[in-house]
Design a protein. Structure first.
Length: 384
């Protein structure tokens, strides 16, 4: 059974930043393999110095963007602007042809969910990816805005999360069980794949990220500083950018690591994949994760992972494709004891592709949307 899906994304890419928010784009394109989808990007962005500025872009034949930029910070007013923008977008585009609506990120577009349900009269599905629920959106308890976000998830709309850990975070945040389905992020198998013809470097590790506080690289850099004292030929190749990048450059210089640590800067997807295929292992540290795309990309290339223990990552990393650094332990021992010969890189990649491919993720999204539609149809029959 084919059906039509209207996607509403509260956060998305633009023509100026075509690579932004890839995980939402990937889910949208994955489901489009099985169903007919159209995406409306509806977002209010904070921009100092702009009272109200409206932008409309047609991103492709089935993607459209409606953005308001404003300096207004009063959250209730921002929510009302979001509602007005959403209503304008959906009624300008039309909703009658669609069978179901997928909301990528619930807040703020679903604050007025009661009104939207009456107007749209289609089943809703929310898809979530981010860590904000774990940190309660970095707001003090009892904040009115926090209560309004929580109220969305107390409606128990069908929910897709990218890990069991994220599902638990949302249930804890909402204070109630959710009707959820775990469906992972997509890894682009046309970019991230195993190539048996690529030689794997010995003792050449790789890490890459958008470097910020939650993705703290210094436990790895500090361990690697000690590692090269016993293994002077070791290499750590580092890609990425972000608020911590200048501190990382400074650390390498102050510790005389220029010959061992190569700071590569911002890399394309293809460049990251090339690095992973040739690396001894990906080394990854984070304070928290709800998935970790980079770890999934690594194993999709057949590259094993050295990572501090994170529940979400443990859902797809085990001793067949990686090594965990447990709480209180250093990355140093993991680097010293790492044995590349104990991993079957071809099998690692095969297993990862079966889990994260666009085809597999799209099939799971299609099945869950189909179940929601079938349940809605059955419920309508009972009402009649």
């Amino acid at each position: 059974m084919s059906f039509n899906v209207l996607h509403i994304a509260g956060w998305y890419r633009s023509k100026a930043e075509p690579m932004a928010v890839p995980f939402i784009t990937e889910h949208f394109e994955a489901l489009n393999r099985f169903a007919n989808g159209y995406l409306l990007h509806v977002e209010v962005q904070m921009r100092p110095g702009r009272f109200l500025s409206f932008q409309h872009e047609r991103l492709s034949g089935n993607e459209e963007s409606f953005v308001v930029q404003t300096s207004i910070k009063v959250f209730r007013i921002v929510e009302l602007i979001s509602l007005a923008l959403l209503l304008y977008a959906i009624f300008k585009h039309g909703v009658k042809r669609y069978d179901i609506v997928n909301f990528h990120v619930g807040y703020p577009n679903l604050v007025y969910h009661g009104l939207l349900k009456k107007l749209i009269r289609k089943p809703f599905l929310i898809i979530e990816h981010w860590t904000a629920f774990h940190y309660e959106f970095n707001m003090p308890k009892g904040t009115r805005k926090l209560d309004r976000i929580r109220h969305i998830y107390r409606q128990q709309f069908p929910l897709v999360v990218v890990s069991r850990r994220l599902g638990l975070d949302i249930e804890g945040f909402a204070g109630c069980k959710q009707r959820l389905r775990v469906i992972p992020n997509v890894v682009d198998s046309s970019v991230f794949y195993f190539d048996p013809n690529v030689p794997v470097s010995e003792k050449s590790f790789f890490m890459v990220n958008y470097w910020r506080k939650i993705k703290n690289p210094f436990p790895v850099l500090e361990a690697f500083t000690r590692y090269v004292a016993t293994c002077p030929e070791a290499q750590l190749r580092v890609g990425g950018y972000g608020p911590l990048w200048n501190d990382m450059v400074r650390y390498v210089a102050e510790n005389g690591l220029e010959s061992n640590v190569k700071l590569l800067g911002r890399l394309t997807k293809n460049e990251i994949a090339d690095e992973l295929r040739g690396a001894t292992a990906l080394v990854h540290h984070a304070d928290y994760e709800t998935f970790s795309v980079v770890c999934a990309e690594a194993i999709s290339c057949g590259c094993p992972v050295i990572v501090n223990y994170l529940e979400a990552v443990a859902e797809f990393i085990d001793d067949s494709n990686g090594v965990f650094v447990k709480s209180g332990q250093s990355f140093l021992n993991a680097l010293i004891e790492f044995d590349p010969s104990s991993f079957d890189r071809a099998e690692i990649a095969r297993t990862a592709n079966a889990r994260f491919s666009r085809e597999e993720v799209g099939r799971q999204l299609f099945e869950y949307n189909s179940e929601i539609l079938a349940a809605a149809k059955e419920g309508h029959k009972r009402e009649i």
